[in-house]
Design a protein around this ligand. Structure first.
Ligand code: NAD
Ligand code: NA
Length: 396
């Protein structure tokens, strides 16, 4: 069938298999062009189908020749109805990995559940023996805690007082004020339950109990800090409390890994257009101003460039892993440069519907958003008939 983007709010209901495939090939080619990385050989990526997790899987496989297992939650295709993009991404990744002689298998299901953890344990036992690296890259609005059966929903709200600032609807380009009422205590707790570190810890405990973590094992989860303009709704808001919890969990996990001389890290990554970040108020306006400046400075990166740098210049340098005072890896260093942030702050004050296309990179935002779903990708013929019924070769 001919597949076109169908937008509803912050999501796109369709995805293009050929566009997703081209995105994967582009990312693989980028990682190969950067030369080999002396990294982990047996890698589990939790949240492996899109965004930073997908980039981590590609970097492990095509940078270090790793065998990879991916866990994700994606919608398979039905006749006449496309899959979600992460399904097509994974199909393309596993096809390319197999062509390159690399082991690549995956599990599609709820990573928060005991069942998916058990399935993963069984797969590791059967095929890989032990794991050297776990990347934890989930972004979800909801989590059912398997021990309590309670379903928690996260919110993106400020804490302590209401927050008003500018935002942009990136579909229409309209800049307006948004006001968000503060979260109550229960909403804060629920957001921590979904996006904090509890489930990361559960994964590590479950695999360690089965002796599936190798000596010198490493695990990395992703966090964000960002600028003053987004602080009230991000880092000092509900999601920031969850990120504080995630960051604290790295230390708890490291303590538990002492006998393996293992280590848990949080890496603070750059703001990027992903399905997760598009839904956060204020962030799209910030990203469109940031992109403009970082592109002008020649320091713009996408997920794959960020993760390539994380592996090459931070995790696998054959020296100590450089961290900040809080023990976090920082690959948001270019985003947070003083000169970059000073320019964003100035543009932020001026930004209007009329001038945003000129002072910000709204076009780049839109393209990146469409690219997430395999649309607007260079070299893809969108007039051609494509088969939506694509199989994921390594799906267990
Ligand atoms: P994303 O939406 O692109 O990826 C989320 C992944 O999680 C997908 O693979 C999805 O299938 C999977 N997933 C979601 N719910 C699941 C479930 N219940 N079971 C199994 N898999 C599930 O998100 P992203 O932007 O790559 O975010 C990944 C991490 O990076 C998050 O912790 C996020 O906070 C962090 N981060 C994002 C940004 C940004 O700007 N996008 C910046 C810094 C850090
Ligand atoms: Na991800």
């Amino acid at each position: 069938m001919i597949i076109e983007p169908r937008m509803r709010g912050f999501i796109c209901l369709t995805a293009h298999p050929k566009g997703c495939e081209q995105n994967i090939i582009n990312q693989i080619n980028y990682i190969k062009s950067q030369g080999p990385i002396d990294g982990a050989k047996k890698v589990l990526v939790i949240g492996a189908s899109t965004g930073f997790g997908l980039a981590s899987r590609i970097t492990s496989a095509f940078g270090s020749g790793a065998s990879t297992i991916g866990v994700y939650f994606e919608k398979p295709p039905k006749e006449g109805k496309t899959a979600s993009p992460g399904w097509y991404n994974t199909a393309a990744f596993e096809t390319e990995a197999n062509k390159a002689g690399l082991y690549a298998k995956s599990i599609n299901g709820d990573a928060f559940s005991n069942e998916v953890k058990q399935q993963t344990i069984d797969l590791i036992k059967a095929d890989l023996g032990q794991i050297d690296l776990i990347i934890y890259s989930l972004a979800s609005p909801v989590r059912t805690n398997p021990n309590t059966g309670i379903t928690h929903r996260s919110v993106l709200k400020p804490i302590g007082g209401s927050f008003t600032n500018k935002t942009v609807d990136f579909h229409t380009g309209i800049v307006s004020d948004v006001s968000i009422e503060p979260a109550n205590e229960e909403e804060i707790e629920n957001t921590i339950a979904v996006m904090g570190g509890e489930d990361w810890g559960m994964w590590i405990d479950a695999l360690k109990a089965e002796k599936l973590l190798a000596d010198g094992f490493t695990t990395v989860a992703y966090s964000y800090i960002g600028p003053a303009v987004t602080e009230a709704v991000y880092r000092k808001g509900t999601i920031g409390m969850a990120k504080n919890h995630l960051e604290a969990t790295a230390f708890t996990i490291t303590d538990k890994l002492a006998d393996l001389k293992g280590k848990a890290y949080v890496s603070v990554n750059k703001a990027l257009v992903t399905q997760a970040s598009s839904a956060i108020p204020v962030i799209p306006l910030y990203i469109s101003l940031l992109y403009k400046i970082m592109k002008e400075e020649g320091i713009h990166e996408g997920c794959i460039e960020q993760i390539g740098r994380l592996f090459k210049d931070r995790l696998y340098t054959n020296g100590d892993v450089p961290v900040d005072q809080e023990g976090r890896i920082r690959i948001d260093d270019w985003e947070m440069r003083d000169d970059v942030q000073a320019r964003v702050a100035t543009l932020w004050k001026d930004a209007t519907t009329e001038n945003l296309p000129a002072i910000g990179d709204l076009a780049g935002y839109k393209t990146d958003f469409l690219n997430l779903f395999g649309f607007d990708v260079a070299g893809v013929n969108y007039q051609a008939d494509v088969n939506e019924m694509v199989d994921v070769p390594g799906l267990v």
